[in-house]
Design a protein around this ligand. Structure first.
Ligand code: PHE
Length: 337
């Protein structure tokens, strides 16, 4: 080992080139030996470092720095190379890609959007109202007299004396009438609640779409017209509607509307309770008392309203015979839509 700093630096350069070449050409199994030969305790670099004491202080510094740089550079070279070859071994570009599951709208949301879309095409605007509603909007303003048994038609979740979870979307009628003057042609989709025993046909939460139109000369024929157009478009040409007389405090006359059961083709099945028909909505001509409460003149304006059950129409359209599956969050069900 000579003490000439210049030649030591040359030697170090040679060692670097030689080490890298040797490493690059070596069989992977020989590489640990190569690594320890160049970076281990008995390496050439170590012995050069050991001989530093024979140099002048400045040379010692230059050579020492160079030797350290070399060790780092070799170390990086070896390590990096190992990482890369490891990656190469792990990466198989012939493997099929991993498909990430994609979310989508819940079937009930899709159904509501479809309904809204159809009525939107017939000139309806969309409005909404709160799910926590006051007794006034849910009942009183809709012509349910206090303590009248009609309130029992809808088993209500009361929050306190004044507030409740809305049992239908009809309170949106009153909220809109308070804000606007006729003509109003509105659709109000949303969630509703009833304290019912849970079964294949009833759940404590469900969805409705409320529709109403108030103007001069609006008639029951207009109501039949829009509902029939809707049924044809939503269910298809085979859909038929049946209007049965009914009662709601806020409409007069009132009707309940059935669709022929598309699941059994009218023969009778569990979904239609073996009747061949399934009720999908309540409707009627808005009662003059509702108009008076919101300061619409009942001698000038008439209007119809309907409230459609979203679960009902989705069940009918897709042949679902148990309402609870909408709320179970079972992906095997939800992924079908
Ligand atoms: N709100 C009624 C219900 O939930 C349905 C309805 C709406 C009836 C509008 C008439 C007019 O049962």
């Amino acid at each position: 080992m000579t003490a000439d700093p210049k030649s030591i630096i040359d030697q170090l350069d040679d060692i670097e080139a030689e080490a890298k070449r040797e490493w690059d050409q070596a069989d992977p199994k020989d590489r640990p030996t190569i690594k320890s030969r160049y970076l281990g305790k008995k390496s050439k670099i170590k012995s050069i470092l050991g001989a530093l004491k024979d140099l002048s202080p400045e040379d010692r510094k230059t050579v020492g720095q160079k030797a350290n740089q070399l060790q780092n550079s070799l170390n990086d070279h070896f390590v990096l190379d190992q990482v890369q070859s490891h990656r190469k071994a792990q990466y198989d570009h012939t493997l099929p890609g991993r498909v990430q599951p994609r979310g989508h709208r819940h079937i009930l949301t899709q159904t509501m959007d479809d309904v809204v879309q159809i009525f939107y095409g017939m000139g309806f605007e969309v409005a909404d109202g709160p799910e926590i509603e006051s007794d006034y909007y849910n009942f009183s303003a809709l012509n349910f007299p206090p303590d009248h048994p009609a309130r029992d038609m809808q088993d209500t979740f009361f929050l306190n004396d004044e507030y409740l979870l809305r049992t239908h979307t009809s309170p949106v009628q009153v909220r809109v009438f308070e804000q606007r003057r006729p003509p109003v042609r509105i659709l109000a989709p949303g969630r509703t609640y009833r304290n019912e025993a849970i079964s294949a046909r009833a759940y404590c939460v469900f969805h409705q779409v409320e529709g109403f139109f108030v103007d001069v000369d609006v008639t029951f024929a207009d109501l039949k017209g829009v509902l029939s157009a809707f049924a044809q478009e939503y269910f298809g040409a085979q859909a038929q509607l049946r209007f049965r007389p009914s009662f709601f405090p806020f409409t007069e006359p009132s009707t309940e509307v059935d669709v022929n059961c598309l699941l059994c083709g009218g023969k009778g099945c569990a979904l239609c309770k073996y009747e061949g028909w399934l009720e999908i909505l309540g409707a009627g001509m808005i009662d003059p008392n509702v108009f008076t409460a919101v300061d619409y003149d009942p001698d000038v304006f008439t209007g119809y309203a309907f409230g459609m059950g979203i679960e009902r129409i989705a069940m009918l359209k897709h042949g679902i015979d148990d309402i609870r599956v909408f709320y179970d969050n079972d992906l095997r069900f939800l992924q079908q839509f």
